[in-house]
Design a protein around this ligand. Structure first.
Ligand SMILES: CNc1nc2cc3nc(NC)[nH]c3cc2c(=O)[nH]1
Length: 375
């Protein structure tokens, strides 16, 4: 069987556990650690594929649950798959819908066969199973697809978490069996177990024995303190094969990206840059800037003095503040463009620091400049 996804380990940073790698996919090869912009409904909100390419995006995300509801995976399949449908010829990863079920629907019932819940748009009863989640992802045609898992709430009791990870492992096996296109789409397993080391070990052991082409660390960035996330990563990533990609789902903020890379994570995704961009908050090398604040009314400097993106080269804080205040669409395009660019460039700096074996030093410098308190 030809594996559609291959991870090439280039080197490990001597100062930290961070890895420099290359993720080979049917739609190109991309350096890791990487940040993957989220395009929930087959678009990274307000940005064009050309803009994403010029800023260096390699793999972008789309949501199985949302595309299943609108426009329907059958229409996307008829269009020739997501790449054709959204005119994106680089990498695409779809999540499996598990997380949306838990985050969007109050009513839900988890059974062995799958999850019963309601359509968040019209209240209709819905059912998702491992088989259905894989069927939808096979139709959408992403290069990387995710196993159907349960992302338990934080916190959860040990007893709840134990029965949840055992079901998630059974579901993972069912996903492998249901996968119709293993030579074109790499199916990643998702390690669960919350903050319990013993359960993370059990979940990792179950999934690694199924030999997935890649592994995600799930169940994090769900409200736990950052120290908990970092501790869980410290004992979880070493359980995963060094020659396979490791994906931390739903992360994250600049400090979490750096701390995740230091703990051996290769792939990250987060809605943060476009979500906060839409309400006029931007990430800059000197910390967050809430552009609506009156202090920027006559500030004719760029959003970030150290950024060379399209937004920062051509527009001022005063102008962008004006657009956001007037609810002008061009305003959130400019802030979204800068925020996605910022995280993609941050990962370039992380990769360069790994090449120079100085990621711990880079972390110090970045945290100092960005304004994070030193841990
Ligand atoms: C598709 N399965 C799946 N998605 C996730 C998405 C997440 N997004 C966040 N924070 C924004 N945490 C997440 C955890 C999971 C998780 O444990 N499983």
């Amino acid at each position: 069987m030809t594996t559609p996804i291959r991870f090439e380990l280039i080197k490990t940073c001597r100062q930290t556990g961070a890895r420099l790698g290359i993720l080979h996919t049917p739609h190109g090869s991309f350096e890791t650690p990487m940040f993957m912009p989220v395009g929930t409904l087959a678009t990274v909100k307000t940005l064009s594929p050309e803009e994403l390419k010029e800023m260096g995006a390699g793999v972008i995300l789309s949501n199985t649950y949302h595309l299943w509801l609108r426009p329907g995976h059958d229409i996307v399949e008829e269009a020739g798959g997501l790449h054709a449908f959204m005119n994106w010829d680089r990498g695409i990863l779809t999540d499996s819908g598990g997380f949306q079920v838990f985050s969007l629907s109050e009513f839900r019932r988890i059974e062995e066969e799958g999850v019963y819940f309601r359509n968040h748009l019209n209240g209709d009863k819905l059912f998702l199973s491992p088989e259905k989640a894989v069927e939808i992802q096979n139709a959408l045609g992403a290069d990387i697809i995710m196993a159907f898992d349960e992302c338990p709430p934080y916190p959860a009791t040990y007893e709840y978490m134990k029965q949840s990870i055992e079901r998630t492992s059974r579901w993972a096996e069912r996903c492998l069996k249901a996968h119709r296109r293993p030579n074109e789409q790499g199916l990643f397993g998702i390690v669960q177990g919350g903050e319990y080391e013993e359960l993370r070990r059990q979940s990792a052991r179950d999934l690694v024995s199924l030999d997935f082409p890649g592994y995600a660390v799930g169940g994090l960035s769900v409200g736990e303190p950052k120290e908990v996330m970092n501790r869980v990563l410290e004992f979880t990533t070493p359980l995963l094969p060094a020659d396979k990609p490791r994906y931390l789902m739903g992360v994250g903020s600049p400090d979490s990206l750096i701390d995740g890379a230091i703990r051996g994570i290769d792939m990250f995704d987060c809605v943060l840059p476009t979500r906060i961009g839409r309400n006029g908050t931007v990430m800059t090398s000197e910390g967050r800037v809430v552009i609506k604040n009156a202090q920027y009314a006559r500030d004719f400097s760029p959003l970030d003095p150290n950024c060379d993106c399209y937004t920062c080269r051509n527009y001022t804080r005063a102008y962008i503040r004006h657009l956001i205040k007037c609810d002008e669409t061009f305003g959130i395009r400019l802030t979204s463009y800068h925020n996605v660019y910022f995280l993609i460039k941050l990962m370039e700096q992380v990769r360069q620091a790994i090449r120079e074996d100085r990621l711990a030093d880079f972390r110090e410098e970045f945290f100092e400049c960005y304004g994070f308190n030193k841990p």
